[in-house]
Design a protein. Structure first.
Length: 123
């Protein structure tokens, strides 16, 4: 059943498997992830609960998702529209955290996304 939802890329060109169909739209942070950011990492709760996330189902399973967390205010400043998980592929600098989230078990883990290195300009 789930095989029809996934189309694997050609192994020789190194492309990732692509998901056909609709991916979830941006949502509010899941409670366990938001709680972790506030309690464990000590982030400002007002900022944390304004953040949004996009999810990508893992390997056709129903519960676990890959998650990317971003600040919608930063997107608005750069005039970027996020429709789903893959919308941020071209804008890695806008991703604040990445990780996984299991909706069934209400567990997840995120790590701060490394900012891409800026290339030095020639003098």
């Amino acid at each position: 059943m789930f095989k029809s939802l996934f189309k694997k890329g050609n192994d020789t060109d190194g492309s990732k498997p692509t998901v056909r169909g609709n991916l979830p739209k941006p949502k509010d942070l899941p409670t366990p992830i938001g709680r972790d950011l506030v309690v464990v990492r000590g982030m400002d709760p007002d900022l944390v609960w304004r953040l949004k996330c996009v999810l990508l189902p893992q390997d056709g399973k129903k519960g676990p998702f890959n998650i990317r967390i971003f600040n919608p205010a930063a997107l608005q400043q750069k005039k970027v529209t996020v429709r789903n998980y893959h919308s941020l592929d071209d804008h890695p600098d806008l991703i604040m955290f990445e990780g996984w989230y299991d909706q069934k078990n209400m567990r997840g883990q995120v790590s701060e996304k490394e900012k891409p290195a800026t290339t030095p300009r020639a003098a």
